[in-house]
Design a binder for this molecule. Sequence first.
Ligand SMILES: Nc1nc2c(c(=O)[nH]1)N[C@H]1C(S)=C(S)[C@@H](COP(=O)(O)O)O[C@H]1N2
Ligand SMILES: [Mo]
Length: 319
Amino acid sequence: MAEKNRSIGIKSSEITPKQAYLSRRDFIKAAGVVAGSLTLASCAPASLQAASLPTPANPSLASKTDELGGQVNAFEDITGYNNYYEFTTDKAGVAPLAAKFKTTPWDVEVYGMVNKPKTYALEDLIRLFQPEDRIYRLRCVEAWSMVIPWQGFPLSKLLKEVEPNSDAKFVRFETITRPEEMPGLKNMLYPWPYQEGLRLDEAMNDLTLLATGMYGGELPAQSGGGLRLVVPWKYGFKSIKAVIKIELVSEPPATMWSEIAPNEYGFYSNVNPQVDHPRWSQASERRIGELNRRETLMFNGYAEQVAHLYDGMDLKINY
Ligand SMILES: Nc1nc2c(c(=O)[nH]1)N[C@H]1C(S)=C(S)[C@@H](COP(=O)(O)O)O[C@H]1N2
Ligand SMILES: [Mo]
């Protein structure tokens, strides 16, 4: 499909910064420049560069790959190119706006159809569940992807703690709203708060992670700190950031994107190269930092772990 057709539906205000951003990254890669800072050397004093370039807690993770051989993305890509509409719809604009967002202390309330509802402090979750390293692909519905080294624990561990009762069939997640710190909340086009949902068996799958850290350090605000859901076989918007509420419910919960455009964003939103978005193809994707497009894989390459969850379902209907 022609480039212009793939871009249909993305607001022009989003296209310009994205393309500018990508072309800069491509230039760095294509020129074979090892350190990105070299290209900045002529335009800023060293002290300013050091302050403005984010650094990962564990830079050696940059040399790792996911289980399919995909290179972990640069920390500056992961923390500089974000979808986080509570701040702004400008992907490069999220990081500066999120810089002052406080991610500690952080509490999450787990409640609803459970025997033991409880509000947990993030540090208690970390102590209880001992986050592990997980390198996951993130495939955005806009057809770009990244490889991200998370630290986190399976959501199933937390759900087992609160003991869902027999009426619990779905899980609803809700993002914090802090209007004074999140200027995007003024945009009334979106039905805040950001909400997402999973079926209980999807939530219990071992791949489903609650991320508490990234690149060996704390979870940056723009990446969804204090606590962020990561569901790697679904489009990126299911991986809800800054989670403060987790509710066990009996019916499929409303989700922000399916409220806005139910014909475009279904409850499942599994990555599926055979089911196109009504306005663009989902057959291929642009890996941030790479020049050539990649074929998109069924369930984002996690079919072995999750395809059984959808046995007998028509994924064209349950998109
Ligand atoms: N609360 C909240 N969560 C969110 C979003 C958002 O706007 N608000 N954007 C989603 C989308 S569309 C994507 S692709 C991923 C992007 O995650 P990243 O910025 O860490 O790459 O976050 C998802 N989670
Ligand atoms: Mo996305």
